[in-house]
Design a protein around this ligand. Structure first.
Ligand SMILES: *Cc1c(COP(=O)(O)O)cnc(C)c1O
Length: 394
């Protein structure tokens, strides 16, 4: 049996007419760059995220960059994030002229460890960017408390967490600003490149709108030096269609994760994902941890179970960030996890028999690649079992 890692075609085909009609409307109106379809999506997305404002932009990377610029982060400033994320989080900090400062992750949630943040704060620290990695939220309450104590801005990188909850609050709605990617493979994915920013701060929203559109206060009147960071009309229209289904799709992802949990958590050589009691995850990725990961990945592929790795190299060990002067051992939890992560196929249209095939394959394959003695406890299994899919509150 072949199980793809991702199947974007299935989602398109399930609502083909609706998508085609929405796209045709944009073409009929020639509303290609920004315009009414983007504005409609912004209204819909702000409501979805429980925020006052949403701003459509050209990508998740530009969302983060525009947010940092609007908050006045620039040369000489430091911004704290984790090395266990996609490189865009750090790139945005670098492109704002600031320096990324890394803090290691919590080994259960794979998100920034709030207890380790304060030791990394210096007089230059201007902001924190917690990342809700894999669709599970970072522990925002202690993060916001630290930010308040040290007068720091907080930007949520919610690029993998559209619709996730933290104690009843939507991802992106808790900090000063929330940033989203609508890259096609994300839980809410455009038919091209796109991103979004949400905030409850009206002044900040106005500034981010200006930066996104060449610093214009009105057409050809440029108050500040901005950029072209607009979303295009077709993406706005497609995203408005998809927003109607996102909660349904996320619920399917949770059901799939639950099936994986039940099949995998008793295996001695597989660590399944932990679910923090404070939130409802949306499983952008279903990551397990295994020893001899690269061998396991290729053996899984031979059985038709297409897996991925998110991410194989933590940011502090990337060549691009060699100038930060880090070495192996600086962030041991991120390093250990990066060497063990294996992302199993995860998308709403997965079938129970496909999940069974992936889980059965993993059971067979890991028999040949056991975890070393003493590291075989599935620390997360018991907890995951207590997580009742039916008890999700929204
Ligand atoms: C995808 C992603 C981004 C970047 O988004 P793009 O739309 O690809 O620019 C940023 N941060 C995280 C955590 C992501 O997963």
């Amino acid at each position: 049996m072949e199980v793809p890692y991702l199947d974007l075609k299935a989602q398109y085909l399930a609502h083909r007419e609706e998508f085609d009609t929405a796209i045709q409307k944009v073409i009929d109106k020639t509303a290609f760059a920004g315009g009414p379809f983007v504005q409609k999506f912004e209204e819909d997305f702000a409501e979805y995220c429980q925020t006052k404002h949403a701003i459509g932009v050209s990508s998740g990377t530009s969302a983060l960059w525009i947010a940092l610029l609007a908050l006045g982060v620039g040369p000489g400033d430091e911004v704290i994030t984790t090395p266990n994320t996609f490189i865009a989080t750090a790139e945005a900090i670098s492109f704002a002229g600031a320096t990324p400062v890394f803090v290691d992750i919590d080994e259960q949630t794979y998100n920034i460890d709030p207890a380790a943040i304060e030791a990394a704060i210096t007089p230059k620290t201007k902001a924190l960017i917690p990342v809700h990695l894999f669709g599970q939220m970072a522990d925002m309450a202690p993060i916001m408390a630290i930010a308040k104590r040290h007068k720091l801005f907080v930007i949520e990188d919610a690029s993998q967490a559209h619709g996730a909850y933290y104690n009843g609050r939507r991802a992106g709605s808790i900090a000063d600003v929330g940033c989203f990617s609508f890259y096609p493979g994300k839980n809410l994915g455009a038919f091209g490149e796109a991103g979004g920013i949400v905030t409850n701060n009206s002044e900040l929203a106005a500034k981010m709108r200006m930066i996104r559109d060449h610093g214009q206060s009105k057409k050809y009147h440029h108050r500040i030096v901005g950029w072209n960071g607009r979303m295009d009309g077709i993406q706005g229209a497609v995203l408005s269609v998809k927003l109607k289904y996102i909660d349904q799709w996320n619920e399917l992802r949770r059901q799939h994760a639950h099936q994986y949990d039940n099949l995998l958590m008793t295996l001695p050589d597989v660590i399944t994902p932990f679910v923090a009691s404070y939130g409802t995850p949306v499983y952008h990725i279903y990551p397990v941890r295994v020893a001899h990961r690269d061998e396991v990945l290729s053996a899984m592929g031979k059985l038709g179970a297409r897996c991925g790795i998110h991410y194989p190299v933590p940011l502090h060990l990337q060549e691009a960030y060699a100038d930060l002067g880090h070495k192996e051992g600086d962030f041991p939890i991120s390093e250990r996890c990066s060497s063990e992560y294996l992302s199993l196929p995860m998308f709403p249209e997965l079938t129970p028999s496909q999940i069974l095939h992936v889980a059965t394959s993993l059971k067979e394959v890991t028999k040949e690649f056991p975890r070393p003695e003493g590291s075989s406890a599935n620390a997360n299994g018991e907890q995951a079992n207590n997580y009742k899919i039916t008890s999700i509150v929204s």
